[in-house]
Write a protein that binds this ligand. Structure first.
Ligand code: ADP
Ligand code: MG
Length: 244
């Protein structure tokens, strides 16, 4: 059973079409990247999966559960979709400690005190930050904040992880380190991941498969080798070929 299936996804903001018939299927455990220039519709696609945007038409199924189907007028609210999300800005709550930041999603899900403590410990261990649980976000580096955001996304064992340009606020060196670390984590956890980036180098090094988007449309879906060696269009070749 495919983990994530997006069919005939269209999105309009007013009269402007920003997604025009997006289709893809992500297998269980796959690291799948939406790659394309700024404004091509990557975040809108991810937000439709997350339930932060409503498609104008189309259907999305995760783990066999329909999240949205505009024909059937079906719509599952965000909080009922078992997804972990990390955004470009880490969006940690600044007035809360690392631990308190992680308690919140569990409290919303009415976890017991014991479950909270076990899950928070495990999530912080996963990202290697157990020793910083009493710190506040401003006392952490950008890379550490990003890992806390990831721990918070993982704390309730989501079926799918959605990552929207999580490395783009980091400097080049830290981005490189975080990339290696993200890949290792993905291999260890084997969690289905939908990753959004405009950085072709990042996409090529992290992904099992890449979906290249331009202007609200899907240009090509393939493995990094397929995309790099057999670009489907001149635009894909130009975009991926500018890889450094
Ligand atoms: P990407 O993540 O690839 O940079 P987005 O999905 O954020 O692209 O945006 C795709 C297009 O939709 C852009 O032209 C953007 O300006 C437009 N857009 C995104 N969100 C909104 C919104 N809430 N209202 C109007 N236009 C939007
Ligand atoms: Mg975006």
């Amino acid at each position: 059973m495919p983990e994530v299936k997006v069919s005939g996804l269209h999105k309009k903001f007013g009269d402007v079409t920003v997604l025009n018939d997006i289709n893809f299927t992500i297998r269980e455990g796959e690291f799948f990247t939406l790659l394309g220039p700024s404004g091509c519709g990557k975040s809108t696609t991810l937000n439709c999966i997350a339930g932060l945007e409503t498609p104008s038409s189309g259907a999305i199924t995760v783990d066999g559960v329909p999240f949205v189907d505009t024909h059937k007028k079906l719509y599952v609210p965000t909080e009922e979709r078992n997804l972990g999300m990390v955004f470009q800005s880490y969006a940690l709550w600044p007035h809360m400690s690392v631990e308190a930041n992680l308690v919140m999603p569990l409290a919303i899900r009415k976890a017991s005190k014991e479950e909270k403590s076990v899950r928070i410990h495990e999530a912080l261990e996963t990202v290697g930050l157990s020793h910083l649980k009493d710190r506040y976000p401003h006392q952490l580096s950008g890379g550490q904040q990003q890992r806390v955001a990831l721990a918070r996304a993982l704390v309730y064992s989501p079926s799918v992880l959605l990552l929207d340009e999580p490395l783009s606020n980091l400097d080049a060196k830290l981005r490189e380190q975080s990339r290696a670390w993200l890949k290792r984590l993905q291999v260890e956890l084997g969690i289905t991941t939908v990753y959004v980036t405009h950085d072709q180098d990042e996409a090529l090094s992290l992904s099992d498969r890449i979906a290249v988007m331009f202007d609200g449309q899907m240009a090509q879906i393939g493995t990094p080798a397929e995309i790099y060696e057999k670009p489907a269009t001149a635009a894909v070749a130009a975009f991926v070929g500018s890889c450094n």
